[in-house]
Design a protein around this ligand. Structure first.
Ligand code: MLT
Length: 284
């Protein structure tokens, strides 16, 4: 469905019942990255997955690609669909956005899910890499740059055993226009450091990372989980930067276990599908 958030409209999937869970995709992908975990998570939650501005089926305005602007879109979306408090999750760039929502609107969060992401701002070398990428994209090399970038999203196991998944990621990224790529790269390059807010996060948190992630390696996921008071960490074997795509079953299991433990459905909702058969009294 399309949901208007201020001047633009986002394409949003919204299905399932239970605690509302909003999952934000990474760069330069779309909500399609959650396809493999969707059915499982919808068993225990109301799952809301928007395409962020610039991506997938959402509007692709010329500007507004700072992490704060993307976070404002998410809060407007929550307002429009009636979510007062919700579990917010984000993959990589989606995690940077989720942490900006946590900084500006901590009262809206019931829980936090951080997938292959980090709280620190870009180091100087990373800022320089972003600037070089923007120059290439603006110089007409968007498609070549995007293909090189997407190749790093999967781990060695996926590259060797499931190249089809890399082709799917490439296809998902193929329609992202150059101005959205460059806008988000600048937004990520200039993003605020969110580490100071981690110690004050009072909600349950889940940190997930692929063991073969070269972009946000397991060591940084361990440090992120250690810095959040109520966080648990799940490392997904044989996955790189995109565990929900590369290893959807263990990723879905981690999400479901976290949601079941911290946001169990109300007792009335747990009904056996079939009425237990009446037990006939035994003949004396
Ligand atoms: C992502 O997956 O969203 C990006 O790799 C994040 C980044 O480049 O920092």
């Amino acid at each position: 469905m399309r949901v208007e958030v201020g001047e633009i409209a986002l394409e949003v999937e919204d299905h399932g019942e239970g605690v509302p869970v909003v999952l934000l995709h990474g760069f330069p992908l779309s909500s399609a990255m959650w396809t493999g975990v969707r059915t499982a998570v919808e068993q225990v939650a109301r799952l809301v997955t928007p395409d962020l501005r610039g991506f997938g089926g959402s509007d692709k305005p010329a500007s507004g690609y700072t992490m704060e602007a993307l976070a404002d879109d998410v809060v407007r979306l929550a307002d429009r669909i009636g979510l007062a408090r919700f579990v917010l999750g984000g993959h990589s760039m989606g995690g940077y956005v989720a942490l900006r929502v946590a900084a500006a609107h901590p009262e809206r969060l019931a829980g936090l899910i951080l997938v292959d992401t980090r709280a620190e701002a870009d180091a100087p070398e990373a800022r320089a890499r972003r600037a070089a990428a923007i120059a290439r994209i603006e110089g007409g090399e968007a498609a070549a740059w995007r293909d090189e970038f997407v190749a790093n999203l999967v781990g060695a196991t996926t590259r060797a055993r499931a190249p089809r998944l890399l082709a799917e990621l490439r296809a998902d990224a193929a329609d992202v226009p150059a101005h959205a790529l460059a806008g988000c790269l600048a937004g990520m390059r200039d993003r605020a450091d969110s580490t100071a807010l981690l110690a004050g996060l009072a909600v349950p948190a889940l940190v997930i990372a692929g063991e073969e992630d070269a972009i946000t390696p397991p060591a940084s996921a361990r440090a992120l989980a250690a810095a959040i008071p109520k966080a648990e960490l799940v490392l997904i074997p044989q996955a790189g930067h995109t565990p929900s795509v590369e290893r959807p079953i263990p990723t879905a299991e981690a999400l479901m276990a976290f949601l079941r433990d911290h946001f169990p459905p109300p007792a009335a909702a747990i009904r056996p599908r079939l009425r237990p058969r009446e037990i006939e009294p035994e003949e004396p």
